[in-house]
Write a new protein. Sequence first.
Length: 463
Amino acid sequence: MSTSLKKGLAYVFIANFINLGFNLITNFVLPKELSVESYATIKTFQLYVSYAGLFHFGFVDGMYLKYGGKNIKELRREDLGTNLSTLRLFEIVVTIVCAIIAIISKQEVLVFFSLSILPLNLANYFKQLYQATGEFSLYGKIMNANTILIFFANMIWIFLIKTDNALCFLLSNVAVYFIVWIVLELNCRKLIGSKNDGNTFSFDELIKNIKAGILLTVGNLSSVVLTSMDRWFVKALMTTLAFAQYSFAVSMENFMNVAVTPVTTTLYNYFCKATDEVKVRKARNYVMIFAALIVSCAFPARFILEVYLTKYIDSAKVMFLLFAAQIFYIVIKSIYVNLYKAQKKQSIYFIKLTAIIVVGFVFNVICYNLYKVKESFAVGTLLSAVCWYFLCLPDFKWIKYNTKEKLYPFIQTCAFLVCGFCFSAIPGFFIYIFEIMVVTWISFPKETKFIINEAKSKLAHLK
């Protein structure tokens, strides 16, 4: 593993570790202290926010592809300044239009969502810029800013003001988005130089970036549609309680992003430079091991449900099914999606993702008609992840699999679900960890030895 990749992973891991601490408290305090209705409203807003990226229409992803693999110091300040100011002015117009539509529709959650579009997409611009150019320390700071500020705002509403009004929480979320964006703008002025007045609009730049990034944006949006489709079904077909419980399971699943994001973030920049089979295959194998390990955090979440949040205990089965899907999603997003981007295969990525959305929709409909319970949609999500995994393989035949590597994610998925469904949190955790060690040693002996040696080396260094 290259030094730059290790350093990038370390920066984002540290940022995500800080993120985890604040997110853990937030995601357990909110459902505990708020009513089911208020919690469901907040989760509805967060579901809408996941689609905010659609409203830059590919511009940010076009920039991401344009600057990917470059050093930020090599970028021309005039070019970057025009690129940024073009997006800024475009997003102001988009936000005004969406806000007017939301106000006319008289839907309060949509009003707050429309106001979030401008700051979220501009903040995402900076985040993608730093990711594409390998500036992972700056990337990490952006991630932590939102989480920490929203955490403190939530704690003030709950423990100082003592309100259960969900709209107060939405208001503070929007305020935080604007604060983070403004700080990033001020920081970027130092980067692009004070001569740029920030009001330059280039129609050519707008069209160029949208053309370059629209397929990737639609692909990313399709990914969001695929992974949030189950919640839309639950919201439309089931009770508010069922939606709140399902959303809680999703929020537990999102904790994995704390560990997963460093991998998906740094590997794009890595794959822009490393293209030979040996390096890519080695990265894939490590990601497969990592995916099997990281889903074990479902067991501590199950333990908290058992002793602290008993009113959400019905989320447990949904949670384990969604975590099982991540055994495949983590490999897809870390390896295959990044390879599609690095090798400029956005059109193929889009076609495959469109196909899997259709498949996912069919799975959700079939599963719900067989068993009209919320767990049916989580089964549909798991089946969709498996299908997407298989759809990616033909596009990268040069990354060869042996039989043990092919079977590994399926063995881990079965073991994980058995331990999660048949045992309580503590015994299930230890049985699953033991199974991982045995199967990983058999399937990936070289990688396992390397991990053990690295661990010994770190321990020796600490001593």
